[in-house]
Write a protein that binds this ligand. Structure first.
Ligand code: GDP
Ligand code: MN
Length: 391
């Protein structure tokens, strides 16, 4: 999940990184209150996920209330790469003497985080890499042995920083690295890191992206209480229930599998036999009765789904519990869709007995392919019957 600038700054600040005084607001009224509290002149910054706001007109300055209201109105009517501006950050205007770059991102070639610093701040890092490659200083980070303050000093010395600014910047960099690991970030960047006219070092911007799989343990991020970035409501619901979900477009078969490998094999089989999967839900290794039931509820709710293939293996998971989850939902919703289950492993006999008692076609010893063929046949039969061609 990408964080807004103001959210990232709050996290940076909690980690000891100095940020400008400021407030994020939604309305004109709150903007003018925030600016008064901060004191003019202020920067008026649109909060959007895309970078390069400065160039795109998403950052304005105001020296008095009239300019402020004008700026806020302009930003509110702005659309940056299709993203409407809802939140605006009002901050004290920094008196900038110099701008630096510091950032950490994943280096896929080395499978390690890569720390980069440069005295060419304020412009895109890609542009720095292109135009000033010799002014971009890099260091790979070992997650098991994060760098110390003196490593930061050594790296930043190369940018020409000296004295108090060098020490302040090294502390910022040290804390940025701490944040990166603490929050399982994918990217953590300060661009620009500003040295103001009084010689203070301040993070004027923030870019922080957290690994989605780590969000559940990042309390500070959950507190932001953000609207979901997921536009598909079914996917959003699945994610909120802790189910891994992949939407596949306009198919008519919902797929619930125990494990990604089994899921992909099932998808291939569905395609190979002329079916088309609508989505793929992975129950993973903690498929309780509840989780299985939730997954089935989500799939049955998916528009266009006429058949459901449930392909499970009882390794860590227990077939009886998963069958109970399926049975619960079938009792509760009396679905009209065709459901076929293939289930084998731990407590299989108990699981099969439950499925048999509610007449769910169950493949016990057969293959995934046989189960898919059974599902497609049943769907076709049902379709023919419903269309009135037989009977
Ligand atoms: P970005 O364009 O989305 O990366 O937004 P930034 O927050 O990095 O701002 C872009 C540029 O606006 C900075 O590099 C600065 O040159 C300028 N800027 C931002 N905040 C201030 C400020 O407080 N004072 C001054 N003088 N310039 C600012
Ligand atoms: Mn920036």
């Amino acid at each position: 999940m990408k964080l807004y600038e103001y959210e990232g700054k709050q996290i940076f600040n909690q980690a000891g990184i100095p940020i400008p005084r400021g407030t994020a607001v939604y309305t004109l009224q709150d903007a003018s209150k925030a600016a008064q509290e901060t004191g003019y002149p202020v920067v008026v910054k649109s909060q959007v996920m895309r970078g390069g706001r400065g160039k795109a007109g998403g950052i304005k300055f105001a020296t008095d209330e009239q300019e402020l209201l004008q700026s806020v109105k302009e930003l509110q009517s702005l659309e940056l790469s299709g993203e409407r501006v809802e939140i605006i950050l009002i901050e004290e205007k920094l008196d900038i003497a110099r701008e630096f770059y510091m950032g950490i991102t994943l280096d896929p070639r080395k499978s390690l985080p890569l720390l980069m610093v440069s005295a060419q701040g304020g412009m895109d890092i890609e542009q720095v890499a292109r135009e000033y490659p010799h002014q971009l200083f890099k260091m790979h980070l070992d997650p098991l042995a994060p760098p110390r303050l003196n490593n930061m000093l050594d790296l930043l010395l190369k940018t020409g920083l000296q004295g108090s600014q060098l020490v302040q910047a090294a502390k910022v960099l040290y804390n940025l690295v701490r944040c990166y690991f603490k929050y399982d970030a994918i990217t953590a960047e300060i661009n620009p890191l500003v040295i103001d006219a009084s010689g203070n070092v301040v993070a004027a911007d923030s870019k922080l992206e957290i690994d989605d799989s780590a969000l559940y343990r990042v309390k500070a991020v959950q507190d932001f209480n953000r609207k979901s970035e997921i536009s598909d409501p079914i996917e959003a619901e699945a994610k909120s229930l802790g189910i891994s979900y992949v939407g596949l477009g306009k198919g008519n078969i919902g797929l619930i599998a125990g494990g990604a490998g089994l899921g992909m094999a099932s998808m291939d089989m569905i395609w190979a036999h002329g079916g088309s999967p609508a989505n793929f839900l992975d129950l993973g290794g903690d498929a309780t009765m509840e989780k299985t039931a939730n997954a089935l509820r989500v799939v049955l709710k998916t528009p266009g789904v006429e058949g459901v293939f449930i392909n499970l293996f009882g390794g860590i998971n227990n077939c009886e519990q998963m069958a109970k989850g399926i049975s619960l939902v079938i009792d509760e919703l009396q679905p009209t869709q065709t459901i076929v289950v293939k289930m084998r492993g731990h407590s299989q006999d108990e699981g099969w007995a439950i499925l048999e008692s509610i007449n769910v076609p169950t493949v016990k010893f057969g293959t995934t392919e046989e189960a898919v063929i059974l599902l497609l046949e049943q769907m076709i039969n049902k379709g023919v019957t419903d269309d009135g061609y037989t009977n």
